[in-house]
Design a protein. Structure first.
Length: 631
């Protein structure tokens, strides 16, 4: 993952190059192939280069031919070949083969509308001195980080929060509302961070700043109408294989060995097997493919090595096995202090040994199966789809399958509620649920103090107001816009970058998720078997043991080894408790509930969220004291 830093003044003054240099220094690990800066008048930009798709063919910040537009870019373009051909047909004179130049050229041809022509995983920023306009853009799913701050005269943007803070004169106050979401392990705000005024640019959005005005616009929305329709299942299977194969091929472009995570689950194993097929056919845009898997404790639910080995045997390749990274609690505190952000999630940090092994083998790009659970899973909303389309034969077929899988009573309830019941107005359905007492409100989190419980309720109300009242019309949008992704993806990006890798996610590509959103639900969930379309489309590509697998790994071990130290760190005398968010005694009670709960019901997220909030508050006090002493 490369990184960039931007500082642009709109008050007539000159940008301070030293502040941008401080920003790139705060994320220097993103620049193993060099760090460069550019400054002229109102604008100063910096870039930390990590060459992943090709050996360096250009240096960023990148200037237009007339020197009036400057751009910085992180990520890769999935439509590199098509966009390049389109621009050249329009008369573009491209000097390099880099994605960054394609982005700059797209802006010169299409102006403010340029983001609509880009597809891939990326974040970018540019300054147009002719129009005195700045632009920041982010890909469709927020797969590359981009933070920004506006104080009324100056725009600051960067790939890391630590870089943002390096540019500001003082550490901003803590964002207590967002910290309440973290402590409650309930996410409603995709554009906020732990610091007031430092925001994430939302996925599929363009930020434009000119004449001291800030404008945000969405350049892409998820298509939700089911309009990919075939008579035969086999046609869906063929289309699915083509879409996923193209997504893997586009993500695999690298001039170095290509790494792929192979957990042994359906998703990452599929990405690896398809990449292997591309390699055998001479179509893999990388020199070679290497697979890596994590080996959990033998016999535990975290041990998937048997499935990963079956993938290796089926493809005739060796899958490197690495132990889980299970560091002490102090490691998380140190990483949080360095990042000036929330500590990494333990079940994400556990893959650090895999990342470091791939980087040591010379890889720069690693493919993941992230997104498969999101976009391959189906829902019982197929009853509503089939009822609305009057596809009675398929409706009856699904009903019979569900009777065999779930029983007559359960299947009949689904049919009544989601079939004819889907025509009942949403307001009336809510009233019926309330009358039948089946719409019980969730109790507010007891470890959150009452004023912040109310804050949380208001945030939830604001979040829900952004969706249609009818869940059937919003569940696909919710998959895409779930605010938890803002934390998970940014942390995953940061971890890989620290290891010298660029993470790419074929199952979160725009092409793949559009296909998922536009195909019928009954293909994905059949007879109680989820990911049915995925399993059947990849029959013969995945080993049978994996294709038919219904279990999932369970990684509570990443938290279990920390629980005693977490308990000590969260004792009432130790809790820093920013703004009085936490009820210390109720936080302590979470640990009692943890020890008495079944493993699947343990409150890992609530405990970790409370710890993370306490940690951020303590670090804020430390930084504030240092700033006061420096002043």
């Amino acid at each position: 993952m490369s990184g960039f830093a931007v500082l642009i003044r709109f008050d007539g003054g000159d940008a301070d190059r030293r502040r941008v240099q401080a920003m790139t220094a705060a994320m220097a690990y993103r620049g193993p192939d060099g760090i460069a800066h550019w400054a002229d008048g109102a604008a100063a930009l910096g870039h930390c280069a990590m060459d992943a798709s090709e050996a360096a063919t250009t240096q960023q910040p990148l200037l237009s031919a007339d020197g009036q537009v400057v751009a910085v870019f992180d990520g890769y373009l999935a439509n590199h070949t098509e966009l390049r051909a389109d621009l050249q047909a329009r008369g573009a004179r491209l000097r390099t083969t880099s994605d960054a130049e394609l982005v700059l050229s797209a802006y010169e041809f299409w102006g403010a509308d340029f983001a609509r022509h880009l597809d891939g995983e990326f974040a970018a920023a540019m300054w147009d001195a002719r129009r005195r306009e700045a632009f920041c853009i982010r890909d469709h799913h927020g797969l590359r980080p981009l933070y920004w701050h506006w104080d009324g005269t100056t725009l600051v943007a960067a790939s890391e929060i630590a870089a943002m803070l390096a540019a500001l004169p003082h550490t901003p106050p803590l964002n207590l509302g967002y910290l309440t979401e973290i402590a409650a392990d309930t996410y409603y705000s995709a554009d906020e961070t732990v610091w007031q005024g430092i925001k994430r640019l939302l996925p599929a959005h363009v930020l434009c700043v000119n004449n001291r005005r800030v404008q945000l616009g969405e350049y892409w929305t998820l298509p939700t109408e089911v309009d990919i329709l075939y008579r035969r299942d086999e046609d869906y299977f063929e289309h699915y294989r083509d879409v996923l194969s193209r997504s893997v091929r586009n993500a695999a472009r690298s001039h170095r060995p290509l790494a792929c995570e192979v957990s042994g689950g359906l998703d990452s194993s599929s990405v690896y097997c398809l990449a292997h097929r591309l390699q055998d056919a001479g179509q893999l845009p990388a020199p070679e493919l290497r697979g890596y898997t994590l080996a959990g404790p033998v016999g535990s639910a975290a041990d998937e090595t048997a499935f990963a080995r079956s993938v290796g045997h089926y493809t005739g390749t060796a899958i490197a096995e690495l132990p889980l990274f299970l560091p002490p609690l102090e490691w998380f505190a140190q990483r949080s202090a360095a990042d000036r952000d929330l500590p990494p999630l333990p079940n994400a940090a556990m893959s650090l040994t895999l990342d470091e092994a791939a980087a040591a083998d010379g890889c720069r790009v690693t493919l993941t199966g992230i997104g498969g659970d999101q976009w391959c899973d189906g829902t019982y909303n197929y009853y509503g789809e089939l009822f609305a389309s009057r596809d009675w034969a398929r409706l009856i077929g699904c009903y019979r399958q569900d009777i065999r899988a779930e029983g007559l009573v359960y299947a009949s309830g689904l049919l009544a509620r989601l079939g004819p019941g889907s025509l009942v107005p949403s307001g009336l359905r809510r009233a019926l649920r309330k009358a039948l007492k089946s719409d019980k409100a969730k109790a507010p989190p007891a470890w959150i103090q009452p004023p912040f419980q109310r804050e949380l309720a208001q945030r939830r109300q604001h979040y829900e107001a952004g969706y249609p009242a009818d869940y059937r019309k919003s569940y696909k949008q919710r998959k895409l816009r779930n605010p938890v992704w803002s934390v998970v993806l940014d942390q995953a990006s940061r971890q890989r970058a620290r290891s010298g890798l660029e993470m790419r996610n074929p199952m979160m590509s725009r092409t793949f998720i559009e296909f998922s959103a536009r195909t019928p639900e009954h293909l994905k969930l059949r007879g109680g078997v989820n990911k049915s379309l995925h399993r059947r489309a990849l029959a013969g590509i995945l080993p049978p043991e994996v294709a038919e697998r219904e279990s999932k790994a369970e990684f509570s071990a990443a938290y279990a080894g920390l629980i005693e130290d977490l308990h000590l760190a969260c004792q009432p005398p130790q809790i820093c408790n920013p703004g009085g968010i936490l009820n210390g005694n109720a936080v302590a009670q979470l640990f009692t509930e943890y020890h008495h709960a079944p493993i699947d019901d343990r409150c890992y997220g609530e405990i970790w969220g409370s710890y993370a909030v306490n940690l951020i508050a303590a670090q804020f006090l430390n930084f504030a004291k240092r700033e006061q002493s420096d002043d």
